[in-house]
Design a protein around this ligand. Structure first.
Ligand SMILES: *[C@@H]1O[C@H](CO)[C@@H](O)[C@H](O)[C@H]1NC(C)=O
Ligand SMILES: *[C@@H]1O[C@H](CO)[C@@H](O)[C@H](O)[C@H]1NC(C)=O
Length: 554
């Protein structure tokens, strides 16, 4: 059913008429979104880019030992890329240059904000993404990883019975809740009447420009030429996705630069930024707003997207300490580090200290001892995060109760409800209680029980949940977390290497926060380190064998 629905949406968007509905629908399910149609990649002149290893590789006394704080997307990807780089060097000089990679993770699972839960906490049910729900075709690392690790990708679990835009008081726009040839044409007509032709067209064009720039981040020629970025400012400007995108608000960008109409901006586009980043268009920078609309080829890994990060971590043969909180990092005289965790005082005797630390968690929210920052050459600015409430509920109802929305009982409520804060900002009416509500499929095939996912910025009382469903939920799971950074306008970022030997992977987060960009942050950090240690650059293609940074195979 879902496949047919997406196919139909594709057909429609190919006609250029209902592009925006697919955009809206596909936006509806992710905490950490990303991009659109994959642009073609320039071919790499094979054999030409082989880095001569640095002289000092031969003099390296013992294999390097690395500590990684955090086993989320960036920490796991750092382990993965680092091991690949180590292997390139070993293959060339016949000597092991990379020793143990030790990952410390405070939670008892790998994947960080990419994690699933089971309805009724029973693994016989279908796992539901709690955090990062989808990735897209343009997310090359995630797509490659899914393939490499033989993970099955599936169509995202979208509600297929219509989309509505709720403003806290009324539905401003809804598509049909029943799918047929005629309803799709009716939807097209009503959408054109409300939003016109040019807004969806211009949005799509601007997203294509964005994705073309994004594609350079994987282009071997480009990477080989540019080398590892030394700051996020540098990284963003090189990509052409710097100040132009991050120093203006989404609202201004959409209206003045892209040139869309106000209804489109405040309903469809804001509906997307609210579901993707829990931010209104007036409160998110243009890059975050644009990424929220880049949803082409959305997919998810069967069983959970975390399986990508679990596989990366396993592939790296890292030693992973779960349920282990790093409480201090102690720099030593010789430039190495000791790590103190809540399970042991000092993890490494000094002979086994760490040559490099990848700090793959937000610095300020980490309970780590902050004394270390007195040695940073540049402070890590405080970063605000969106505190999101994710409420998952089970129900036998196929749709929300119309009474909850003040509608007659014969109304069918769409299965995806996006929201806008625009009316409330302008008219002083109450804002929507939630960011989005989406009806998923059944908890298990044939169970007659559906999963509903609600994003909100506040706690939703039991009574509200019952009112929404028109019955008591069969199951409730609440998760509150700092789901993503607030993407405020900015031109400056945290240092990527606040002190020598310490890579800060979360520095990229306020630029844009997605599973994919976390892996890019990790790759770039690894590039800085392996360039320093072994003279290994990015974008190397050894006669058709893929490079450590994964840029060389199709
Ligand atoms: C260490 O910290 C983690 C995360 O806070 C916690 O789950 C674990 O129980 C702690 N372990 C000990 C031995 O205190
Ligand atoms: C890949 O996964 C499929 C389905 O789970 C399985 O049948 C196949 O054997 C796997 N292949 C490899 C190389 O692991």
């Amino acid at each position: 059913m879902s496949t047919n629905f997406l196919k139909r949406m594709n057909q429609i968007s190919r006609t250029g008429l209902l592009l925006f509905i697919s955009i809206t629908l596909l936006s509806a399910y992710f905490l950490f979104p990303s991009s659109h149609k994959t642009p073609s990649f320039p071919t790499f002149p094979k054999d030409e880019y082989v880095y001569p290893l640095a002289q000092h590789v031969q003099e390296q006394q013992r294999p390097k030992r690395v500590g990684i704080v955090g086993a989320g997307a960036s920490g796991s990807a750092a382990a993965f890329f680092l091991r690949r780089a180590g292997k390139v060097v070993k293959d060339r000089i016949g000597k092991e240059v990379l020793g143990e990679i030790v990952v410390f993770e405070k939670e008892d699972y790998v994947g960080g904000r990419s994690t699933t839960v089971f309805p009724h906490s029973d693994p016989r049910y279908r796992p539901i993404e709690l955090g990062a729900s989808i990735f897209v075709e343009a997310n090359r690392h995630l797509v490659k990883a899914a393939k490499k690790f033989n993970l099955t990708t599936i169509d995202p679990d979208f509600g297929e019975a219509g989309v509505g835009i709720w403003d806290g008081t009324q539905f401003l726009y809804t598509t049909s809740t029943k799918q047929s040839y005629f309803s799709s044409w009716l939807d097209t007509i009503s959408a054109i009447r409300r939003y016109g032709f040019s807004s969806p067209y211009r949005t799509d064009k601007s997203v294509k420009v964005l994705l073309k720039k994004f594609a350079n981040l994987y282009n071997p020629l480009w990477l080989a030429e540019k080398g590892a970025p030394s700051s996020i400012e540098d990284f963003a400007e090189r990509a052409g996705l710097g100040k132009e995108y991050t120093t203006r608000w989404g609202e201004e960008y959409a209206l003045k630069v892209v040139g869309v109409g106000e209804k489109w901006e405040s309903e469809i586009w804001e509906g997307s930024t609210r579901v993707n980043y829990a931010s209104d268009m007036s409160d998110i920078h243009a890059l975050g707003a644009s990424v929220s609309m880049a949803t082409g080829g959305a997919m998810a890994v069967q069983g959970g997207n975390w399986r990508i990060f679990q596989s990366m971590s396993e592939d790296s043969k890292a030693t992973v300490h779960l349920g282990t909180q790093v409480v201090d990092i102690i720099p030593l005289q010789d430039g190495r580090f000791d790590i103190v965790t809540n399970t042991t005082d000092i993890v490494s005797a000094s002979s086994e200290s760490f040559d490099q630390i990848f700090f793959a968690a937000p610095w300020h929210s980490s309970p780590i001892n902050k004394d270390l920052q007195s040695q940073f050459h540049e402070p890590i600015p405080t970063q605000k995060y969106v505190h999101l409430h994710v409420t998952l509920i089970g129900t036998t109802r196929r749709h929300a109760s119309p009474e909850f929305f003040g509608l007659p009982s014969t109304t069918t409520i769409p299965s995806t409800i996006l929201t806008t804060g625009h009316t409330s900002r302008n008219d002083n009416t109450p804002p929507p209680l939630f960011q989005s509500i989406t009806w998923h499929g059944e908890t298990a095939p044939g169970s007659g029980e559906y999963v509903v996912k609600i994003f909100s910025l506040t706690y939703l009382k039991e009574s509200i949940l019952s009112e929404l469903l028109g019955e008591e939920p069969t199951w409730v799971l609440r998760k509150e977390w700092d789901s993503y950074p607030k993407l405020k306008v900015t031109a400056t970022y945290a240092p990527v290497e606040p002190m020598r030997g310490l890579q800060y992977l979360a520095a990229l987060e306020p630029w844009v926060s997605t599973m994919e960009t976390q892996t890019i942050s990790a790759r770039d950090a690894v590039a800085r380190v392996v360039e320093d240690w072994w003279g290994l650059g990015m974008g190397e293609c050894r006669g058709g064998v893929d490079s450590w940074d994964w840029s060389c195979d199709p």
